[in-house]
Design a protein. Structure first.
Ligand code: GLN
Length: 450
């Protein structure tokens, strides 16, 4: 039985659920390093949820335990972004997604580790030390939502929140063998998320199974009056609409995915696609000829937007002056961002990035006009060993297959496709804007539809 079923049937109380996770964290997080800080009030909050369950007033997440990436504000806990810059920054308010989780009686268990300011793909750039991959010992868990994915894989929480600017939910979901979803841009409010690049950032769910991920997504999704960039959509009911019947569904696979990805990963992805065919889907070939432009478009955009977002960390209002205390990767991005934001260079670099971005968007959307889903691998290679040193360009190369969804503003989800030598490999599925349900259904079918 899943925690959700146990809680709903009364076999497990919210307090017991929190207690068992705290015990697991106490026993094993010394090694995994998924959490930066735990919520000291979690048990007390769970007790309150139990009262509401007894009164028959509890919400959709009643008693489920949620881990939160350390770049999302949770009142009274620290939102450090895993940086010395904000090491002592205590959130004065709840992000909109946190308000929604509390309204549905989820219990926040703590703040998870991540790459510093969400800049990275491995989880190794945290000021609080790297996170271990619980599903592939000795390897990186992926990033930047490293702690959130690891917390799910290690059995430290039912659900987790991550943020995805260029793959930070999907990349660690793939490496850790869990479910992760980057929603359509504007579906989930960003209020209370500390920016990496605001035109790309989205908050999304991670979970051990598709139904739980769908449930968390429906709780956090939907318009917020506070935020003009959120889309006006009626509250979705993804979890109750799940269906593993894929009859008539067309799935596209791009030849370019194969070109850039390790063969052993492609083998697992194709195997997963054949399982989807067995559920009624048909797989056709599509083209993404400009895929090679995705990384430069993404990184130039991130450098410029991140540089501008970091100007508030001047050491006066919060924490320390960022340039004085941050790690190497964050500093590199600030310096490159400053350089290309100068008037004389912006035409050469930033405008170019915007052109590439619209090209990618057009190509991805035109491929999706022919098919319901675009399927492929999540990362071009397997996660490297912890401590192995990579050049910045080698690190950026992890993101080649995840950045197109952010550049195009479309939803994309990852579910475990298989394993290569015991290391999880995720299948990535993209859909047209607001067609998250199709992604969820295909993931659900692959999972076995239970
Ligand atoms: N790895 C990418 C980067 O370093 C993506 C980060 C993210 O999605 N937050 O920018």
């Amino acid at each position: 039985m899943s925690a959700l079923e146990e809680l709903r049937s009364g076999a497990l109380s919210a307090k017991e659920n929190v207690a068992r996770y705290l015990e697991a964290i106490e026993a094993r997080d010394g090694e995994v390093n998924a959490f930066i800080e735990l919520n000291p009030h979690a048990e007390q909050e769970a007790r309150r949820v139990d009262e509401r369950i007894e009164e028959g007033k509890a919400g959709k997440l009643a008693g489920l335990v949620v881990a939160v990436k350390s770049n999302i504000n949770v009142r009274g806990l620290r939102a450090t972004c895993a940086s010395k810059t904000l090491e002592n920054y205590v959130s004065p308010y709840d992000a909109t997604v946190i308000e929604r989780i509390r309204r549905e009686d989820g219990v926040i268990i703590g703040m998870t580790n991540m790459d510093e300011f969400a800049c990275g793909s491995s989880g190794e750039t945290s000021y609080f030390g790297p996170t271990q991959n619980p599903s592939a010992r000795g390897r990186i868990p992926g990033g930047s939502s490293s702690g959130s994915a690891a917390a799910i894989a290690a059995g430290f929480a039912d659900l987790a929140l991550g943020s995805d600017t260029g793959g930070s939910i999907r990349n660690p979901a793939s490496h850790c063998g869990v479910v992760g979803i980057k929603p359509t841009y504007g579906l989930v409010p960003r209020h209370g998320l500390i920016d990496l690049a605001m035109s790309l950032d989205q908050i999304g769910p991670l979970a051990g199974d598709v139904r739980s991920a769908a449930l968390l997504l429906e709780v956090i999704a939907g318009h917020s009056d506070r935020e003009a960039t959120t889309l006006r959509v009626s509250p979705p009911e993804y979890s109750s609409a799940l269906s593993a019947d894929l009859s008539g569904m067309r799935i596209g696979f791009a030849r370019e995915f194969e070109e850039y990805t390790a063969k052993e990963i492609i083998r697992e992805v194709k195997h997963a696609l054949s399982k989807l065919e067995a559920q009624g889907a048909s797989v056709v070939e599509v083209e993404l000829p400009s895929l090679d432009k995705a990384l430069p478009a993404y990184y130039l955009t991130v450098f410029v937007e991140f540089f501008s977002a970091t100007r508030r960390y001047d050491g006066r209002r919060y924490g320390y002056r960022i340039e004085e205390v941050c790690g190497e990767e964050v500093l590199r991005r600030i310096m490159l961002g400053r350089y290309i934001s100068q008037k004389e260079y912006s035409g050469r670099y930033y405008r170019r990035a915007l052109q590439f971005r619209s090209l990618i968007k057009r190509e991805v959307l035109s491929a999706l006009a022919e098919v319901d889903l675009l399927a492929g691998p999540t990362t071009p290679k397997l996660p490297h060993r912890l401590g192995e040193s990579l050049s910045p360009l080698e690190m950026y190369a992890y993101d080649l297959l995840t950045v197109p969804a952010n550049l195009a503003g479309i939803p994309a989800g990852v579910v475990k496709a298989g394993e290569v030598r015991g290391i999880p490999v995720g299948l990535q599925l993209h859909a047209r804007p607001l067609e998250e349900q199709k992604i969820l259904n295909a993931m659900y079918a692959l999972e076995g539809g239970t």
